[in-house]
Design a protein around this ligand. Structure first.
Ligand SMILES: Nc1ncnc2c1ncn2[C@@H]1O[C@H](COP(=O)(O)OP(=O)(O)O)[C@@H](O)[C@H]1O
Ligand SMILES: [Mg+2]
Length: 293
């Protein structure tokens, strides 16, 4: 189990990127959702022991990972947000190189690399230079290196950036297919990346934990609060100024704006089912004070 207790991170320029963060994770897929700059990578780097908290502790099975990180690092697979590959190496060469860096037994690693090449659908490209790979293929190499040691805790930071819609879908299916006995933490600023696969969502905004709950709990918390209102274009600004609003769609009869509000915002408003995007907009809105508890 991974436990994050009262963790804050202040960078050397005195900027607090994460404040008083608390989280306990057991196995399953967790979606770490937050805008650019929210503090997702900061949190992930600390869990991966490549950065230290300024305050608080992170423990893995009860052991402080910044005092003794060996156990965690053996159990860890990490795909950082900016992951460089060596363009002249082939997939197999690169994975062997990474396995050596990780200190894995080479005989076992070669078998594992073979398995991963198939799991990640890279067989046809396995002996070609990574420099010629598409964005999606490079991302799969990144995942493969993170899975080399069959990690108990897998951290993938913004893995879908730069992927096309098909590659995105394939990536989601891949994450879903991974064995469920590990903790998988996946960060993204794109709601649809975690909507289908994550069992739990961590919403993070400006370095603060806004909520940590099951996907469906998040949706339930907004039940009866999401509305669609048909209005004229000239009224949109007023609605946006007064309410927390989401998508605006142009239809032949006028503009339809999504509003999140406890009370009915307009006479003609019709109640609709909440989506994860609504929850994200609501819990990260400046118009709303406080967090979910
Ligand atoms: N090394 C650093 N020094 C100073 N500020 C940083 C550093 N790294 C990140 N930040 C700032 O901390 C905030 C959170 O960054 P980050 O964790 O990368 O966010 P996210 O991954 O959610 O986009 C941002 O405002 C970013 O500019
Ligand atoms: Mg980031």
């Amino acid at each position: 189990m991974l436990s994050i207790k009262n963790v804050s991170k202040k960078y050397s320029n005195n900027f607090t990127a994460l404040s008083n963060f608390n989280l306990e994770l057991e196995r399953g897929i967790v979606g770490l959702l937050g805008a650019n700059g929210a503090g997702k990578s900061t949190l992930m780097k600390m869990i991966a022991t490549v950065s230290k908290p300024t305050e608080g502790v992170i423990t893995w099975n009860g052991c402080d990972i910044h005092k003794n990180g060996d156990e965690l690092r053996h159990a860890l697979g990490y795909l950082p947000q900016s992951f460089g590959v060596f363009p002249n190496l082939t997939a197999v060469e690169f994975l062997k190189y990474m396995a050596a860096l990780k200190g894995l037994n080479m005989k076992k690693a070669v078998n594992r690399i073979n398995e991963l090449i198939d799991l990640l659908n890279l067989r046809d490209a396995a002996n070609k230079s990574i420099g010629n790979y598409s964005g999606g293929m490079k991302q799969r190499i990144g995942i493969a290196q993170a899975l080399l040691n069959d990690p108990k805790i897998l951290i993938v930071d913004e893995p879908t950036v730069g992927l096309d819609p098909n590659e995105r879908m394939n990536f989601r299916n891949l994450i879903n297919s991974l064995s469920k006995d590990k903790i998988i933490i996946l960060s993204t600023h794109i709601v649809s990346d975690v909507e289908a696969s994550a069992e739990k969502i961590v919403l993070i905004d400006k370095g603060k934990l806004m909520c940590f709950c099951k996907n469906e709990e998040l949706l339930n918390s907004l039940e009866g609060m999401v509305w669609e209102c048909l209005t004229e274009e000239s009224h949109l600004k007023e609605i946006k100024d007064n309410y927390i609003t989401g998508n605006i769609i142009r239809r032949s009869e006028g503009m339809v704006i999504r509003v999140i509000s406890e009370s009915k915002p307009l006479l003609n408003a019709s109640s609709v089912s909440p989506t994860l995007e609504d929850a994200y907009i609501y819990y990260t809105s400046r118009k709303r004070g406080g967090n979910i508890e």
